[in-house]
Design a protein around this ligand. Structure first.
Ligand SMILES: C[S@@+](CC[C@H](N)C(=O)[O-])C[C@H]1O[C@@H](n2cnc3c(N)ncnc32)[C@H](O)[C@@H]1O
Length: 300
């Protein structure tokens, strides 16, 4: 829950550039929670100040009270993504938390690929907060390691994020040479091609991934079922009740026996943890014997 608003004094004291009252902070926290599920407690006050001060400068506003007026007015639609981007981070890299990709390659994918080869079955993976694309592309490279002929089978990776700007960057699949450092050398050699000043991922990687824009607070526009879902380093922004609701939503579209990967500082808690057994470091297998979660908890 958001903490009670602190009525004053403005933070301009002590040399701050813009006044930020308790009421301003509470209004900002309310909007962030209502639209994006972000949980901003008083402990985040100086972070919120420094992140949003850039928006005030850009807009030429005198103080946070004026920014709150803007957010609550007709400019909200145009401002909301910059507001969200300022409050969250897109930090990611190839093969982040590499043990998840090892598990994907060694445990999760082999039986799925075998079935896809023999019975023409389908494999469906989802990266639910895909940022600039390194996560779903790492999933695609793991698929290619296990199944070099993936393009000829029914194997698809869905990648979604709330932020359309970062999704467009992901679609381009162009990264600086140093961004490839965390990628295993064999994959770097096999899966990238030079473009002026940078490197682009090759079509055999990008061809496996389809991008879309999706706010995890919204009703999911698909039913799955997915064989594995990566939802990593985004639930940290949500409070516990919102985390439970989001993970419950994911559970509805993950097939029994399917695998859920979450971020290193995230945990499954509450009712939703009954649907899973631990299968590795921050990875969980959806139990086949558990009944489906109640539909009433589907939407945030
Ligand atoms: C720190 S990045 C994590 C990227 C990747 N999953 C990883 O672990 O490397 C967090 C991403 O979550 C996205 N995000 C924040 N709130 C979201 C929401 N309500 N719905 C969907 N994505 C959200 C942000 O745009 C950002 O790209």
């Amino acid at each position: 829950m958001l903490e009670a608003p602190d009525p004053g004094p403005p933070q301009r004291q002590g040399g701050q550039e813009f006044a930020l009252t308790g009421a301003d902070f509470a209004a900002i926290a309310r909007l962030a929670y209502q639209h994006f599920g972000l949980h901003l407690t008083e402990s985040k006050r100086s972070l919120v100040y420094s992140r949003l001060a850039r928006r005030l400068r850009k807009k030429g506003l005198p103080d946070f009270a004026a920014y709150v007026v803007l957010l609550n007015g007709p400019e909200w639609e145009a401002e909301k993504l910059d507001f969200l981007t300022a409050l969250t981070t897109n930090t990611t890299h190839f093969y982040r938390e590499a043990h998840h990709f090892t598990r994907l390659e060694k445990e999760v994918l082999p039986p799925l690929i075998e079935a896809a080869r023999k019975k023409r079955g389908r494999v469906r993976l989802w990266s639910a907060a895909s940022s600039s694309g390194q996560e779903p592309y790492s999933m695609a490279m793991s698929v290619l390691r296990v199944c070099p002929e993936a393009a000829s089978l029914d194997i698809k990776i869905l990648a979604t994020d709330i932020d359309p700007v970062i999704v467009n960057k992901a679609r381009e699949a162009v990264y600086l040479p140093e961004e490839y450092q965390s990628m295993p050398a064999d994959m770097r050699a096999e899966c990238t091609q030079p473009v002026p000043g940078n490197y682009k991922l090759s079509p055999k990687v990008t061809g496996l991934v389809t991008f879309g824009i999706l706010n995890l607070m919204d009703e999911l526009p698909f039913r799955g079922p997915f064989d594995a879902i990566f939802c990593r380093n985004v639930a940290i922004y949500f409070d516990k009740p919102t985390q439970v609701k989001v993970f419950t939503k994911l559970t509805h579209v993950l097939r029994p026996g399917g695998e859920l990967f979450i971020g290193h500082s995230e945990r499954l808690s509450g009712e939703v943890s009954n649907y899973y057994e631990n299968s590795g470091i921050t990875s969980y297998k959806r139990r086949a014997d558990a009944a489906r979660p109640k539909p009433r908890s589907l939407n945030v």
